[in-house]
Write a protein that binds this ligand. Structure first.
Ligand code: GLU
Length: 425
């Protein structure tokens, strides 16, 4: 187990951490905060790097590296997903943890921010191997997680089964069942109705409000969705149900296009059967790299970070971008899109529905009480709508972009909490 305090936190660094730090710096400059506050917020409160040895099914041993970064606790226990992907590294997890702090503050759930990751490609491992990796990782990070400390959830490459294993490993270690240690659990283990589709429901809700605010009628609008996983698939479904014509969708294996609009229910069946959207009958295969620059009203990047960059942002034709993914827009792209007048609804607002319903799940688990799906969805909409109006109002009042406004609002809430608590000792 390696404990460390960090970081150099260079604002000019490349990749997601550089983007996150430059967003933080813009918010601090707007709020007139600097010096010690900047150092506090640029530096995670706690980081843990662990080595995870795995006995593979063939008897050989492989060793992976896992991380848990707890960026901030000022407003409550740390909260954030766990990612399994081969390119996971510490700086990426730091950026994602920082964004979780802002996200939780912006939608006003009583959490700080955290993120975990293991540098492993889950697609090249069997289910028993993934179970062993998950349980070993959990036992390594056990001292720093818990329902009042840090509550993991699914992210890229993990799912409700992963959460069930974490819950079971944690519960076995402490000697009793603790459903509140993770969210995004299976329903039968204390998961919440509405959690699985919550991120997508929030993305669609925000996208519809964004369209309305720009005078775009959803019934006559076109959209593209990059990513057909936990976020993109249901976002496409909800948008399509609202009348939006989804003309292209992509995933890691390909992209498909149909000018008439894709039948999302049939596309979902195809993706379930074939593991990809590629090859969906009656559609044209297009270059996945081109999907975000197609001529549409709305683009929803719902895959990974850093897909809108200084190299392609100038070619974006969409009027509105709603960030289903965390960190899809680099700071170079942000500046170009702002110049072009494209409305970018930032990740910490657009995709916050997931952590909102994670919070509802945690409340339900801690009280051993289950809410109806209608209650969950209604409270989710209320949270998203409130956050949307707060961001739009603040942006208007201070002439900021929605990202600047959202980050400034969140940073203000975190620093207010910190000031009230004081610095110990
Ligand atoms: N991984 C999701 C996110 O990035 C959900 C986190 C959570 O529910 O804790 O927001």
């Amino acid at each position: 187990m390696t404990w460390s305090t960090t970081t150099d936190a260079a604002p000019t660094g490349a990749g997601p951490l550089g983007d996150a730090l430059s967003q933080l710096d813009a918010a601090l400059a707007h709020l007139g905060l600097n010096g010690g506050t900047r150092q506090m917020l640029a530096t995670p409160r706690r980081e843990l790097a662990v080595s995870i040895p795995l006995r593979r099914d063939d008897g050989s041993i492989a060793v992976y590296t896992g991380y848990r970064v707890q960026h901030n606790f000022s407003r409550g226990p740390a909260k954030g997903g766990l990612r399994f992907a081969s390119n996971v590294d510490l700086d990426e997890v730091r950026a994602l943890a920082m964004w979780m702090t802002w996200k939780c503050a912006l939608v006003d759930v009583p959490y700080g921010g955290a993120k975990g990751g293991i540098a492993i490609d889950p697609r090249t491992h069997s289910l028993p191997e993934l179970e062993r990796v998950t349980r070993r990782y959990t036992s390594e990070i056990l001292p720093i997680i818990g329902p009042t400390k840090d509550i993991p959830a699914p992210d890229i490459g993990t799912n409700e089964q992963t959460m069930a294993w974490i819950m079971d490993t944690y519960s076995a270690a402490v000697g009793h069942t603790v459903p509140g240690v993770v969210t995004g659990k299976p329903l039968s283990l204390g998961g919440s109705l509405g959690r699985a589709a919550a991120t997508s429901r929030g993305v669609a809700h925000i996208a519809l409000m964004a369209m309305t605010s720009r005078g775009v009628d959803p019934e006559h609008a076109t959209a593209v969705v990059q990513g057909f996983g936990k976020v993109g698939r249901d976002a496409a479904r909800f948008l399509s149900a609202a009348g939006v014509r989804i003309i292209a969708v992509s995933d890691v294996d390909g992209a498909i296009y149909d000018e008439r609009g894709l039948d999302i229910a049939r596309l979902s069946d195809h993706a379930d059967r074939h593991g990809t959207v590629a090859g969906f009958e009656g559609t044209e295969a297009i270059d996945p790299a081109s999907i975000l620059t197609l001529d549409v009203d709305l683009a929803v990047p719902a895959a990974v970070e850093g897909v809108l960059t200084g190299a392609n942002a100038d070619h974006v034709q969409a009027r509105i971008i709603v960030e289903g993914a965390n960190g899809p827009t680099t700071r170079e792209a942000d500046a170009i899109l702002a110049d072009k007048g494209v409305l970018v609804v930032p990740d910490i607002l657009a995709n916050a529905g997931g952590v909102v319903v994670s919070y509802f799940e945690w409340v339900q688990a801690n009280q051993a009480w289950q809410w109806s799906e209608a209650d969950v969805n209604q409270r989710l909409e209320e949270k998203m709508t409130t956050a949307w109006h707060a961001v739009v109002g603040y942006a208007g009042a201070h002439s900021l972009s929605y990202r600047e406004a959202a980050t400034a609002l969140a940073v203000q809430r975190v620093t207010d909490a910190h000031r009230l608590r004081g610095l110990y000792p």
